[in-house]
Design a binder for this molecule. Structure first.
Ligand SMILES: [Zn+2]
Length: 267
């Protein structure tokens, strides 16, 4: 059973105390932006991936807390003895802060543009992107590749399409080579543009690979392929799985480290 207390004043007070500490809620004078964040009376989001709201009851919490997650989800913490209605009211009073936080999170997640002089990795080697005006239009060259581009401002979409095409050739061929070496059967390979994983392997034996693997040093790329191939034998990350990986790729720990430290730079 839920006990609803008149929390209105109390939460305001707590909010002020919190704002003094963190400075998160400083700009109270800022008007609530229209359009970006809209809630109905029931606090259901107005739609769109970035508009989700999640209410979490936390027994140990002593105040209402708003937090915007990296994916844009607004998390509203309801403290012990607090109510959902009060949480909704709290959220409504701070929509401008929520909108600002969401904008900040979105900015941080936005991919960096590529243009003339940008250095990207290709098979582990740095390659400078060079733009050339040709009779047929603008082209971006990197390594021994050349791709038509629409604008000099940001050639990343076209270059990434080209990397994806390259990945289709190289990664698929290499995966089948490694599968043959380890006597494994792959039912299907797809090249994808995943944001949060390098590869996956389904129970049916279908392997999906991130096109960015073509940008990595070949040894790191091989590790990811071997990792997915070993999932054909072990559909988990248990001890037996890692023993198989180590047998096939003794340097896998260094590769894991590369992925953690340098892998994010590919996004
Ligand atoms: Zn795995």
């Amino acid at each position: 059973m839920q006990l609803d207390l008149p929390f209105h004043t109390a939460s305001d007070f707590r909010l002020k105390a919190e704002a003094a500490q963190s400075g998160d809620f400083r700009s109270k004078a800022e008007p609530t932006p229209s359009g970006d964040v809209r809630f109905t009376a029931e606090a259901t989001p107005s739609g769109g991936v970035d508009e989700r709201v999640e209410f979490v009851r936390v027994r140990g919490a002593r105040r209402y807390i708003l937090r915007v997650r990296p994916d844009g989800t607004l998390r509203v913490t309801i403290p012990r003895g607090g109510s959902r209605a009060e949480a909704v009211a709290f959220m409504h009073r701070h929509l401008s802060w929520v909108a600002r936080e969401r904008a900040r999170v979105r900015r941080e997640r936005a991919p960096v543009g590529w243009t003339h002089g940008t250095v990207i990795l290709l098979a582990g080697l740095p390659e400078v992107i060079q733009l050339e005006a040709r009779e047929t239009g603008l082209a971006a060259r990197y390594g021994n590749r050349s791709v038509r581009v629409r604008t000099a401002l940001d050639v990343r979409p076209e270059v990434e399409d080209d990397l994806r095409a390259l990945a289709k050739e190289r990664l698929v061929r290499r995966l089948y080579e490694l599968a043959a070496i380890h006597r494994l059967q792959v039912s299907r390979v797809t090249i994808r543009n995943q944001r949060s994983r390098w590869g996956s392997c389904s129970r049916a034996g279908a392997i999906a690979l991130n096109f960015r693997l073509v940008q990595m040093p070949p040894a790191i790329c091989d590790y990811v392929l071997i990792h997915e191939l070993m999932h054909l034998k072990q559909q988990n990350h248990g001890r037996r799985f890692w023993a198989l990986v180590e047998q096939a790729c003794p340097d896998f720990r260094a590769a894991e480290r590369w992925l953690r430290v340098d892998g994010r730079g590919l996004f």
